[in-house]
Design a protein. Structure first.
Length: 307
């Protein structure tokens, strides 16, 4: 069992007796049930591995504070939850004192206000009490203490609430100022200066890239020239070494001593014609005697009688 009566903390954050991020207290049965809708895309403490996020509601419906299920919007004059303008139908409606009104009270007309005091916490955890006053006056006006819509204040005017300023921002010094989300119109000459700066910046980048390209190109060309120049020098040096080696081999062969086993020496002298003639005569006489002896032996054999 649970108590479906809503419990709002000092920050006006809704809570109930279920005390579970996944559950809400069902008013009809006073039992805890799973939440069926959500007002945000993120819920603190929700674990997607245990249960998926509940869906968001459409344009013609809203998710109540207990996040039970999507509910159709209510008409003007109907009951709404505290500061839940989205529960009221129409785009200019507002929830004041838990009732839907149209935010259309004109300048000088009667108006109503809704005052809410709640506690917020800053970045270091200190509590800050704030008072929010809302009204149903039209844009550019606000509801004063006499419940009459008056003109909103310009910048640098004294103020107590954001709603009193045309900029909807009252500073800590109680002066109307432009808020951080205030739209500021940029003058035409500023657009021209911006465009000129962009063009100059682009030209500067292009020129820088061109100079870098030229620098890299010159370096590459120098490397290529040095490479081929070194190759030519190496080729000339190699050819010179080959020529010197060939010349040295030829000279070494000429200077080598002759080997006696492979060398043959021919001595040329003046011929002795007398000696040569004598040798030739002796050879002819010897040949003649040899022929005569052979003829005599042959004749003796022929004249011998048979026995």
């Amino acid at each position: 069992m649970c108590d479906p009566t809503p419990m709002y903390r000092e920050s006006w954050q809704y809570d109930d007796s279920c005390e579970d991020v996944y559950l809400f207290c069902e008013p009809s049965s006073s039992t805890c049930a799973y939440k069926g809708c959500s007002n945000a895309d993120y819920i603190q403490g929700w674990d997607l591995e245990k249960r998926p996020y509940p869906p968001r509601c459409g344009v013609d419906s809203y998710c109540p504070d207990n996040r039970s299920q999507c509910t159709p919007v209510v008409s003007i004059g109907s009951i709404c939850e505290i500061q839940r303008d989205d529960e009221c139908t129409g785009t200019t409606s507002i929830c004041l004192n838990s009732t839907c009104f149209i935010k259309g009270a004109p300048l000088g007309g009667n108006c109503g206000t809704d005052t809410t005091v709640y506690t917020a916490y800053d970045g270091i955890g200190d509590a800050i009490q704030q008072t929010i006053i809302r009204d149903n006056c039209t844009e550019g006006t606000f509801c004063d203490l006499d419940s009459t819509c008056i003109q909103s204040k310009p910048n640098n005017a004294a103020c107590l609430q954001d709603r009193e300023c045309l900029s909807n921002t009252c500073s800590n010094s109680d002066i109307c100022i432009n808020g951080p989300e205030m739209f500021r119109k940029i003058k035409a000459w500023l657009w021209g200066v911006l465009a000129a700066c962009i063009v100059i910046f682009v030209c500067f980048i292009l020129a820088l890239l061109w100079f870098l390209h030229r620098y890299q190109s010159n370096k590459e060309h120098a490397k290529i020239s040095k490479f081929f120049g070194d190759n030519d020098e190496f080729a000339k040096y190699a050819m010179m070494n080959d020529s010197m080696s060939t010349l040295a081999d030829s000279e070494s062969r000429l200077n080598l001593p002759m080997n006696e086993s492979h060398a043959s020496v021919v001595y040329l002298t003046t011929p002795d014609y007398v000696k040569s003639h004598t040798l030739s005569t002796k050879s002819s006489a010897a040949a003649l005697r040899s022929n005569n002896n052979s003829t005599a032996r042959f004749s003796t054999r022929e004249n011998t009688p048979d026995m």
